[in-house]
Design a protein around this ligand. Structure first.
Ligand code: SF4
Ligand code: FES
Length: 380
């Protein structure tokens, strides 16, 4: 058991085995589902929260204080677009006062020079800017908003002027993967110290666009080579995080570093989840910070206990020597592909369900994007 880990007496048994529960490290605060963009791989849930149902400023302030007391070190302020909240600067200050490291994950669209300066003054410590592409027309076709690329470029300049460290987040897919070298060059041009390259996860809205977004094997092989060359050439200048896509992997990733091991996700209305897509799983009741303390939810809620540890695992995970490395992969992907949240993630070549990954369909250059619709969500 790691330093600082605790075993709660009330939760010693799960699947017949004791479960060690460590302290959470990071809180992903989804401040709102509102967003000016309409990306075809949007990771917001299909059912979006109304602005009027969002946690109020003082509720977030309490959550940040509780998170810090629980051991959380970092808060990632995210969305939707977090800057759609008019009180973002106040929330940054509240997180900073609680002693949390603050990272803003943003599209950059709603933040002019004045707001970026105010965020820096409030104590913001790091910015992650999402890019939809490097060429305005193509990037805006993905984002579903004309003029958005230029706004992102202006935002990156404000971040640079304020001296805030910048990470560029690029979601890659069939339409832009061949231009990974341009994405690397743009990250350097914008003064980023880190580039996170993420393949689309085919849950929720992205599943609707699977054919348009799924790269083929040759594209992925070329991208692997581009990343290797860029890492070698830019060592010490630009850190590059890149995880190959599940579709061509033989073992799964440790999604969220394991269910309920390090991360808490708070939805805009205060529900506490082990991962951003957990509400897609059936039979789980996710408690709200409006009804209980974060500590109680982390250590004692059924939802966090359900897939903790290894006691819940079926074979082949149960007797696999990687079971405490990848923790059986992703529960949300397992459910999306097999209809069973306890199934071994089909990303694993040992999974009896591996066939559904290949059978889920090929990429198709002629498939059009179905852009995210915001439905009832209003208030930007
Ligand atoms: Fe991971 Fe389970 Fe596959 Fe083993 S069998 S590598 S634990 S997903
Ligand atoms: Fe939910 Fe992976 S996204 S467990």
């Amino acid at each position: 058991m790691s330093a600082g880990a605790v075993i709660d007496q009330a939760q010693r048994r799960h699947g017949g085995q004791p479960v060690a529960v460590g302290r959470p490290v990071a809180l992903l605060a989804e401040l709102t589902h509102r967003c000016p963009l309409r990306c075809p791989y949007c990771s917001n849930p299909l059912e979006l929260a109304r602005a009027s149902a969002e946690l109020a400023t003082e509720e977030w302030r309490r959550v940040f204080a509780e998170a810090a007391a629980l051991g959380v070190l970092q808060v990632h302020l995210s969305g939707g677009e977090p800057a759609a909240r008019k009180d973002l600067e106040v929330l940054v200050e509240a997180a900073e006062t609680a002693g949390l490291y603050t990272n803003l994950i943003t599209s950059g669209l709603l933040l002019d020079r004045g707001r970026v300066a105010a965020l820096a003054a409030a104590g913001l410590q790091h910015v992650q800017l999402s890019l939809q592409g490097t060429r305005p027309e193509e990037a805006e076709e993905v984002a579903g908003l004309r003029g958005s690329h230029a706004m992102k470029m202006a935002f990156a300049a404000h971040v640079h002027d304020e001296g805030l460290p910048l990470t560029v987040n690029a979601v890659v897919h069939r339409r832009n993967l061949d231009r990974l070298d341009e994405i690397v060059a743009m990250a350097l041009e914008l003064g980023a110290r880190r580039l996170e390259i993420a393949h689309v996860q085919y849950h929720g809205w992205a599943a609707v666009n699977r054919a348009a977004l799924l790269p083929d094997r040759a594209q992925v092989a070329a991208a692997d080579a581009t990343v290797a060359a860029a890492r070698a050439a830019l060592s010490g200048r630009l850190a590059i995080d890149y995880v190959p896509p599940d579709q061509y992997a033989v073992r799964p990733k440790a999604c969220m570093n394991g269910w309920g091991r390090q991360f808490l996700v708070l939805t805009p209305t205060g529900r506490v989840l082990p991962c951003h897509a957990a509400e897609s799983l059936p039979g789980l009741d996710f408690p709200s910070v409006r009804d209980g303390s974060l500590e109680d939810i982390w250590y004692r809620s059924d939802a966090f206990m359900r897939y903790r540890g290894t006691g819940w695992m079926p074979e082949p995970c149960r007797s696999c020597d990687r079971r405490e490395i990848d923790w059986g992969g992703c529960r949300c992907q397992a459910f999306a592909l097999t209809g069973d949240a306890e199934a071994t993630d089909p990303t694993c070549a040992l999974s009896p369900h591996r066939g559904v990954l290949e059978g889920a369909g090929e990429g198709d250059d002629s498939a059009a994007f179905v852009h995210r619709t915001m439905g009832r969500v209003r208030g930007i």
